[in-house]
Design a protein around this ligand. Sequence first.
Ligand SMILES: [Zn+2]
Length: 486
Amino acid sequence: MPWSSRPRDHAAPVVMAGMAVLLALLVFDAAVSGFSEEKRLSVYSGAASYSVPVREQNGAEYVGLLEILEPLGSVSARTDGGLWRLSFNRVDSEFTPGQTRVRVQGKSFDLPANFWLENGHGLVPLSSLPGLMQRFLGTAVNFHETSRRLFIGNVAVHFTAQVNRTNPPTLVMNFTAPVNPMIATEPGKLRMVFTREPLVPPGSQTLTFDSPAIPSATFQESNGAAEIAVNGPVPLFASFSNNGRTITITPAPQSAPNTQALAPPPAVAPGGPAPQVPPGAAPPAAVSSPVQYFVVLDASHGGDERGAALNDQLAEKDVTLAFGLRLRQQLQAHGFSTLVLREGDTTMSLDQRANMTNAAHPAIYICLHATSQGTGIRLYTALLPVGGENQGPFVDWNTAQSGFRAASQTAVSSLATELGKRQIAVRSLFAPLRPLNNIAAAAVAIEIAPPSGKVEDLSSPAYLQLVAESVTAGIEAVRNQLGGAR
Ligand SMILES: [Zn+2]
């Protein structure tokens, strides 16, 4: 705790079909749609990636020079005797409103169209940017003018895409740096929109794969963003691994019976123990089956968000991480493939956590919190808004949990039983919490308090281990019920 129960501004529908099989996630965030309506320029540099609005002036596209330079260094501007003087780091320049002639570092040259001054904002033609930026920054600049993407220095992110001919096939995309696109699906297509990543096209704009389920993907750039669209006749879903450097795309299962829930963990579980490979044998393909986990563990808080200060030394985010890693180890030892949403001290939004969980398609999601208040364990399940029942094929983002309440209750009862067997005080509660409400799987939050009021015990390996064993036993007891729910 503390819980964040901020309501989501815009409901995002989750497409469901058949026996509560999550097929695909539609996330039309306000940011995405807003981004595409207004003309924008994106700037990518080693220091920052950002975008600025583009305006029309006398039929040409203009951008504010100050706004572009500000994130890149120390910049100041002033008007002086009809001139606009701008200094960036140690480079001085002069611009004259209504004229093309400018001076940068004592050298004169002409812009392709007139400079304009508007409320102290110096506006330069978009097409003048490569030349201007090169002069101000002294580094190579690469400008994709039609899509309005400006690359400063050697920042490009490249990717490779390959379909593994497994059953079902998987499209594995590897990126040279972590990416976090916005993902949306529509019939026949899964779209990934990259706004902050300097992603550059592969050799060809269209990639074709020798796979009927995933025949092709296309790359395109427009309005300060890059987009990869993956085409397929059946709904596709995406999952992330390798700290955001790998995206795996799989066709959604087409029939409800699902035996994978009972299958052994996948050969490669990120962060898990290395797979056993007999000497001389070929290593398993990076992804030999759809990335699917039985358990997703969410170590709440992290990075900038510390959670509760449990005492002077102990932050909640560290306790949830330590417990999450311990619990994963315990679960994996019992044959449950387990994903921990953050494996380090990183900041993640609740929406990111819910998106990643739903994409991983687990049988159960467990969110971890810690508190210095009270003793023992509190187990929470979602308290959904009244009238939040889902009708028909669309499920509201805020009530994605509604179809999984029975499974969540089954899990909580089982966890409570096992904790009780080990003499750990336990209470089961309902709360209108995020992201529990957004999870399309059995979903439980576990809040750990010290066993006897001594806060230091929250970092005691013996205590955390006892709780981890109880939770694992609780999941094991209802394994078949949970596995059948997805
Ligand atoms: Zn918390």
